[in-house]
Design a protein around this ligand. Structure first.
Ligand SMILES: Nc1ncnc2c1ncn2[C@@H]1O[C@H](COP(=O)(O)OP(=O)(O)OP(=O)(O)O)[C@@H](O)[C@H]1O
Ligand SMILES: [Mg+2]
Length: 297
């Protein structure tokens, strides 16, 4: 009997043509940069940051694809006032076309829900995961893909951190959030998955509080880990952001002049300024062996 993973692989091969050669050509895609937004502690603002950062980058002329990867708990859609009818799972199962699972968000950004499809992605070969992502990116000619993850370290978040070109770690200045953020950095360092990570400090009461949180994590990183922590800035604790959520609108759309909106625009500028868009999206493949070592699969 064919197991589930095998039958899924077959479906993918049917969609993408013949089974890829073992020695694959580098993936040919447009110029794209993939960011995974992660945190240690939950509720620190990843989803709001993913959505608003996507909008801020779109305002700067980038074509952005937002992947809602928080399995079972998607809420980027709620913040944007969208309703995902189909998700990646529906596509993989053949119930929807790729174009049907891409939703139009504010400021022309496109959003897609991983749904339980992300769990299925694990049973796809690395080559086919890359092909799927390549198809998605080529479909919309995207420059940037932002992946909003669930909190903490799980197999899924590790997959996406490995897959993405850059990891954006979100924390608040609270000691518990900083400790949990440090745990994420420690895991990335332990497995040698990333040599640099971008930090955003959310819900700060002052610029100093943001800098202080960064300095604390930076010091621990340089003393104990082999990770360069890049300061991408801070976002004020802002009642307007909460009001915007109540209206199911991203703060950048409801209150573009709010403090938090201006902070996010600034962060988008910092991130894009140093962005080297790359043709290579085959990082999963490159890191595949190391990844296998971690999970023994
Ligand atoms: N800058 C901010 N100012 C005020 N409130 C904020 C700010 N950022 C986030 N919040 C509040 O924190 C809540 C959680 O934010 P969000 O859902 O983006 O976090 P998350 O990290 O994605 O959570 P989860 O770990 O559950 O996915 C929001 O509903 C909002 O009330
Ligand atoms: Mg979230």
């Amino acid at each position: 009997m064919m197991d589930q993973a095998e039958s899924l692989r077959r479906k993918i091969f049917e969609k993408f043509g013949k089974e890829p050669e073992k020695e694959m050509e580098p993936v040919k895609s447009g110029l794209v940069k993939i960011y995974a937004v992660v945190s240690g502690k939950g509720g620190v603002g990843k989803t709001n940051i993913s959505v608003n950062l996507s909008i801020a980058m779109a305002k700067k002329g980038k074509k952005v694809l937002l992947l809602d990867a928080d399995i079972g708990m998607t809420n980027a859609d709620i913040i944007m006032g969208l309703h995902y009818e189909y998700d990646l799972f529906d596509y993989l199962e053949g119930r929807a076309e790729l174009k049907d699972i891409i939703y139009e968000g504010p400021m022309g950004i496109k959003a897609i829900s991983g749904g339980s499809g992300l769990l299925e992605m694990e049973s796809l070969s690395e080559e086919n995961q890359e092909k799927l992502i390549e198809e998605l990116i080529n479909l919309g000619g995207f420059d940037v893909m932002i992946i909003d993850n669930g909190a903490g370290i799980s197999k899924e978040t590790l997959s996406f951190m490995t897959f993405a070109h850059e990891v954006i770690l979100v924390t608040t200045p609270e000691p518990t959030a900083l400790t949990d953020a440090y745990r994420v950095l420690k895991t990335l360092s332990h497995y040698g998955l990333k040599s640099s990570v971008k930090l955003i400090v959310n819900k700060v009461s002052s610029k100093e509080a943001g800098d202080e949180a960064y300095e604390k994590l930076f010091a621990t990183c340089s003393n104990f880990l082999h990770i360069e922590l890049e300061n991408c800035g801070y976002i004020f604790d802002d009642i307007r952001l909460e009001k915007a959520i109540m209206n199911q609108e991203p703060v950048l759309m409801s209150y573009p002049q709010a403090l938090s909106s201006r902070n996010i625009e600034q962060i988008a500028g910092i991130i894009l300024e140093e962005t080297v868009f790359t043709k290579n999206i085959s990082t999963l493949k490159q890191l595949g062996n190391r990844f296998r070592k971690i999970f023994g699969t």
